[in-house]
Design a protein around this ligand. Structure first.
Ligand SMILES: C[S@@+](CC[C@H](N)C(=O)[O-])C[C@H]1O[C@@H](n2cnc3c(N)ncnc32)[C@H](O)[C@@H]1O
Length: 246
């Protein structure tokens, strides 16, 4: 598969470091901005997880983990976490954050102006039990095994053939395990050829393809905000769901 070059750029790396690790004031300097849309990579874990059905010593897989914030969040609930992303640049940053707990970066202000910031993994999140690796969610290595929890936030509509990942999910999630999925349903030909888009709603399409092996246990609308520069933001509402493997 061709690399997804946009996720290898410095601009996207800086944007995702801010999205995952920025403080409220760093991301949203406007008091009238949508502050309830902050902390998305935290909420995709904390709002969706059912910790009561997680076994002791749970294994988790975070697909499309980007620069890793959700993987570190998962590590508070699970004994081991594997974060996989196709972007070498994101995985390099995630590994630097794992090793030292911080990483300097620049947030876009306007034009060529930037602000020097430092991404910090919150001190209360474990880092030692998280492993990051570069990989393709449509062609994962065969020896991954199965997981008590699989998290894939805003990944499906960035895949050229999302059906390939969907077909692998019943094997990746152990019986009784949970699948936490979010998607902004932003289908774009740049990422996914239209013949691989859902024909109806993404929710109906996922129900059709997942219901043989999974029960839809919870769903929510989760807003998120990505800062492009100090005066331009993407505000989006993801459809978020928890599925339990039968
Ligand atoms: C929209 S971002 C979401 C990142 C993160 N989960 C979040 O919610 O902030 C999509 C992520 O999927 C990754 N990605 C794209 N294609 C992929 C593939 N084939 N396998 C694994 N990751 C992929 C990108 O590098 C990027 O990090």
């Amino acid at each position: 598969m061709e690399a997804t070059p946009i996720y290898e750029t410095r601009r996207l790396l800086d944007e995702y470091l801010l999205f995952h690790y920025g403080t409220a004031d760093e991301i949203m300097p406007w008091s009238f901005g949508p502050r309830e849309a902050l902390d998305f990579p935290v909420r995709t874990v904390r709002n969706l997880i059912d910790s009561e059905i997680l076994p002791q010593q749970a294994r988790a897989l975070d697909l499309g983990c980007a620069v890793g914030r959700s993987s570190f969040e998962l590590a508070t609930f699970c004994e081991s976490v594997i974060g996989i992303d196709y972007s070498h640049s994101f995985i390099h940053a995630a590994n630097e954050l794992k090793a030292s707990g911080f990483m300097p970066y620049k947030a876009a202000q306007e034009g060529s102006l930037t602000q020097d910031l430092i991404a910090h993994v919150p001190a209360d999140l474990p880092r030692g039990n998280v492993h990051f690796e570069q990989g393709d969610a449509m062609n994962l290595r065969t020896d991954l095994g199965s997981f008590d929890l699989v998290h894939a936030a805003n990944l499906l509509c960035r895949l050229s053939e999302p059906q390939k990942l969907i077909a692998r999910l019943p094997e990746l999630v152990a019986p009784g395990g949970q699948l936490l999925l979010t998607t902004p349903c932003t289908w774009l030909a740049d990422f996914t050829p239209p013949e691989h888009w859902p024909q109806g709603t993404t929710r109906d399409w996922l129900k059709q393809h997942l219901s043989t092996h999974f029960t839809l246990a919870a769903e929510q609308d989760l807003p998120f905000v990505i800062r492009e520069h100090a005066r331009k933001f993407q505000w989006t509402v993801a459809w978020a769901s928890r599925w339990v493997r039968r």
